[in-house]
Design a protein around this ligand. Sequence first.
Ligand SMILES: [Cu+2]
Length: 168
Amino acid sequence: MRNLKLTVALATLLFSVVAQAHDYTLGSLSIDHPWARATAPGAPVGGGFMSINNAGDQPDRLIGAAADFATEVQIHESSMADGMMRMQHLPDGVVVPEGGKLVLRPGSYHLMFVGLQRRLVEGERETVRLEFERAGGIEVELTIEGPGEQGPHQDGDAMEMDHGDMSH
Ligand SMILES: [Cu+2]
């Protein structure tokens, strides 16, 4: 009995370690470790991140995304301008260069979950559907990581205000 419990505990531990690094393949694309930052109660927006490799010889393009926990999922780019972090909505999406990769990360390209329907809770997982121009669509699971992970909203107020208009 004791051994069985230990085995279950070990299996659970192993699973969670393996689950930390997860990836998906879609045609010539591989999508590595999709994640999102945990959000505060009542937060209207959240950010999603991942690395997308394109092993093919043609460029592809991330053209959209959708999730049942947000009214809308937009593709954004953050950049520093005059010492302020700003975000831009990219309605046409972002290129995933052939033989290269597109990295969505805090302070750069990211998925913006607009109109959050529920909190993103650390340790949980949420599904997001990605749409690529060439490769088509795929559902991936985001691991929800700590709110302290460096993200696009580190500068807080200015960013929240930028999104005030979009979150209705
Ligand atoms: Cu954004």
